[in-house]
Design a protein around this ligand. Structure first.
Ligand code: GLA
Length: 395
């Protein structure tokens, strides 16, 4: 862990002891689960395609100890709020932050596994609603922690799948598997190419000697995000059903090609056609981008990132004016190799691949442009790629 991360974890541990006292000093443990970035491969996960995410040095931490009874007491250290429930009552509270944790307990019970009560303080530095998947980090962190504390014998794949199910079933967002996978399987200085159908994955070293990854946070948290996300899924399913009539092997857009989509453009209608065109091209783009990475050709890798952005903007239509503005600002900047919106869309961050020597000037320019246009002070995060979910040893 980096020094700043240790500081954050220690801060949450201090708050745990303030809240719960020191009686559990012997049994308390600390766990960390990071937020994620995604270099390329957007909205491809729920189409059974490929993604290229990595976990970063912005993480969620749980300081947690088992209890003798069946009570769960959660303390959101950053919000200074507490929520308590009993293991036999998993009803949904109005307050939304406990949904992520209760959903995990529900998944454990649905699997027929047994845990006792627990008390935890949690928090961290993953910006919420910025497209870094703080929710997946929360889910993976708690499940990983309970797995260790109560010896549930779950492997990382099960942790990922149960965390995703918890988000689908309890939180109610029909997300794919990328975020949870990246949080749990991240590896220092590497990106992960994940085949979202087979869950086969491969690490690729990501060279950060000459380049930095900078996230620019629009600060837009769009209310459309989850409803439009679910609509996109349905549009992809419609396209798949049409293509299946012509080729029975097309079970998802992963099995289709841009050429097949082109052939059936008229039947699909304009909207479904554009969605399917983007997804089939994007799945291919991840593969091509990985080849470029292996060749060390980051300039062409960056161009692919731009292609992804324009596809998300014009064909998949999940961007927003603020994201488009930030990407447009980079087009004539020689220090930027690639830029695009990242994650589900409708707000959140752009991801920028920037030459190290140009990064100060880049951030200054972006901040000034955003301030002039939107009167918003643009947060820029320089992220490092770190390991995925783990237990943390604190002094
Ligand atoms: C969100 C979802 C992911 C993925 C991305 C888009 O982050 O949680 O499963 O679909 O959007 O690539």
């Amino acid at each position: 862990m980096l020094t700043t991360e240790t500081d954050i974890a220690e801060g949450i541990q201090d708050k745990y002891f303030l809240k719960f006292g020191t009686a559990t000093r012997e049994t308390v443990r600390v766990f960390r689960s990071p937020g994620r970035i995604n270099l390329i491969g957007e909205h491809t996960d729920y189409n059974n395609g490929f993604v290229l995410p990595a976990s970063v040095d912005k993480a969620v931490y749980f300081v947690i100890a088992p209890r003798e009874d069946d009570q769960v007491i959660l303390y959101a250290a950053d919000l200074d709020q507490t929520y308590a429930f009993s293991l036999d009552d998993l009803s949904k509270p109005e307050k939304s932050w406990p949904h992520y944790q209760i959903g995990i307990v529900e998944q454990i019970q649905k699997k027929g596994l047994k845990i006792g009560g627990f008390q935890a303080a949690f928090g961290g530095n993953v910006p919420v609603g910025a497209g870094l998947s703080s929710s997946a980090a929360l889910e993976c962190c708690l499940l990983f922690a309970l797995n260790e504390i109560y010896g549930l014998n779950l492997d990382r794949f099960s942790i990922v799948k149960m965390s995703q199910k918890s988000e689908n079933e309890y939180v109610g967002v029909q997300c794919g598997i990328m975020d949870q996978f990246a949080s749990a399987f991240g590896k220092e200085e590497s990106v992960i190419r994940l085949d979202c159908r087979s869950l086969e994955y491969e690490y690729f070293p990501f060279p950060m000697d000459d380049y930095l990854i900078v996230l620019c946070d629009t600060m837009v948290k769009h209310s459309l995000a989850s409803s439009e996300y679910n609509t996109r899924r349905q549009e992809c399913e419609k396209g798949t059903a049409i293509l299946q009539q012509y080729d029975a092997n097309v079970l998802s857009l992963r099995d289709a090609t841009p050429a097949l989509v082109e052939e059936h453009q008229d039947e699909m209608g304009d909207v479904v056609y554009r969605r399917c065109k983007f997804i089939t091209e994007e799945i291919q783009r991840v593969q091509d981008a990985c080849d470029l990475l292996v060749q060390g050709n980051l300039p062409d890798f960056g161009k692919k990132m731009y292609d992804t952005h324009f596809g998300l903007q014009d064909e998949y239509e999940v961007s927003c004016p603020e994201l488009d503005f930030l990407v447009a600002q980079t087009l004539d900047d020689d220090s930027v190799l690639g830029a695009r919106m990242m994650g589900g869309g409708f707000g959140g961050c752009t991801i920028n691949l920037v030459k190290k020597e140009g990064v100060d000037a880049f951030e200054a320019k972006m901040k000034q442009a955003y301030l002039e246009k939107y009167q918003i002070d643009l947060p820029c995060y320089r992220v490092k790629i770190t390991d995925g979910t783990e237990e943390v040893a604190l002094a």
